[in-house]
Design a binder for this molecule. Structure first.
Ligand SMILES: [Fe+2]
Ligand SMILES: [Fe+2]
Length: 413
């Protein structure tokens, strides 16, 4: 998974938080340092990123970062239902040959030797000062959490599906290998800033959000593809504008995003193997809903962090719209309906959501007592919800089946 992955809970009525259930220990080779970042769970709404401190960079001890509704989450699912879905005796739609081919691709392990660090990292981190340094640390923390979230989910799916469908199970395990690498590499990046995320602690202490398998498929497909588009867009931009190359991690994004692309393609194959998730009116409604959740969450998140994007020479909104449009075009190959994100009205709605969200954040940062804050938030939350509903109800684009007909004639239905 990638940096904006799995950040859906803002909008999803289908999710429910469940108490943290420690998953089996990961055996990850992830750094544990004396300075450990831990998460504090609070009930605040879409909060702003931490304010840059005027005292400049300093070595932090046990540091807390604030968790909000927009923080990347950890996910769990109904593993028994997953086992039924991937049982070849129950589900005759499973295209085992396609999964065998995908497995070979994952076994090739194109990026086995890709994630190797060099002294440039520490030097670049030391040069980074002021607000950019702080927002950069937050970028690394959030990205690492999102990648690690993918690692946990795929690792568990790999374990649980072993008996029912060893091929699909092995692919999940190999995807968890990739995500562990990504998370580990980002955590190493944090060590350049004298920090580290305590991922063992996170595994045990965080709440896991429950998604039914069907929603896991929609959500993870979108996360992987949007992750691909984010990474490749940043990579291409910095290649063309090397003066903004402030930290060497971006140089790794070209091969890295190919991992995310492969993960997305695997979920595409999984969805095709479960046509009941793609071929009715409910699938169309859910497809649009998940697209909207992912796009809105990314847009609101990124518009709170313009310092980061401007720091690497990007216009935040232009970058996000490019990523949304490309992700939507890719998604239209498999989802039965997508949003009309290229209609200028869609962006106008997103921009209004950003304005409203800023007002909600300002209330949160005021000196009012909590009751007054909550009362003041009500009209803005209502306005935000009504913008979201209006965006959802914009005429959608029917999609999906064209590509099925072109590339997978046996799967036309
Ligand atoms: Fe990843
Ligand atoms: Fe991924």
């Amino acid at each position: 998974m990638a940096s904006s992955a799995m950040e859906l809970s803002l909008l999803n009525p289908a999710m429910r938080g469940i108490a943290a259930k420690p998953l089996p220990s990961s055996g990850l080779p992830l750094a544990r340092r004396s300075s450990v970042v831990r998460f504090r769970v609070s009930a605040s709404a879409a909060a702003a990123p931490p304010k840059p401190s005027s005292s400049g960079p300093k070595k932090r001890g046990k540091t807390e970062i604030q968790e909000t509704l927009l923080t990347p989450r950890f996910y769990t699912t109904d593993f028994d239902e997953m086992e039924r879905l991937f049982n070849a005796e129950i589900n005759k739609q499973l295209n085992q040959a396609e999964f065998d081919a995908l497995l070979q691709e994952f076994k090739t392990d194109y990026n086995q030797t890709h994630f190797v660090r060099n002294p440039e990292f520490k030097e670049a981190a030391d040069k980074m000062q002021g607000p950019l340094r702080q927002i950069f640390v937050e970028f690394l923390e959030r990205s690492c959490t999102a990648e690690f979230s993918g690692f946990l989910l795929y690792k568990e799916l790999g374990r649980r599906l072993k008996k029912t469908n060893p091929v699909v199970a092995e692919i999940f395990s190999l995807m968890s290998r990739d995500e562990a690498r990504h998370a580990g590499f980002l955590n190493k990046g944090l060590s350049d800033f004298n920090l580290a995320l305590d991922l063992g602690f996170l595994t045990k202490a965080r709440k896991y959000t429950f998604f039914k398998p069907k929603f896991i498929f929609y959500a993870t497909y979108l996360s992987e593809k949007i992750g691909y588009w984010r990474y490749i867009t940043i990579f291409r931009h910095l290649k063309a504008n090397p003066e903004y190359q402030v930290y060497p991690i971006f140089k790794y994004f070209e091969n890295w995003c190919q991992d995310e692309n492969r993960h997305g393609d695997f979920f595409s194959a999984l969805l095709k193997a479960q046509p009941q998730f793609l071929n009715d009116w409910k699938a169309k409604l859910w497809s649009r809903f998940f697209c909207l959740s992912v796009y809105v969450t990314m847009y609101l998140n990124d518009c709170q962090r313009t310092t980061f994007y401007e720091g690497i020479g990007l216009d935040t909104k232009e970058f996000d719209m490019h990523v949304i449009i490309e992700t939507n075009r890719t998604t239209a190959r498999i989802f039965p309906a997508v949003l009309d994100v290229e209609n200028p009205e869609f962006k106008r709605k997103l921009d209004r959501m950003v304005e409203i969200n800023q007002k909600i954040i300002a209330i949160g940062e005021s000196d009012d007592i909590p009751l007054v804050k909550n009362l003041k938030r009500i009209p803005h939350i209502a306005a935000l919800v009504s913008e979201i509903i209006a965006a959802y109800l914009m005429p959608p684009i029917e999609s999906g089946s064209v590509d099925f007909a072109e590339f997978e004639p046996q799967l036309v239905y």
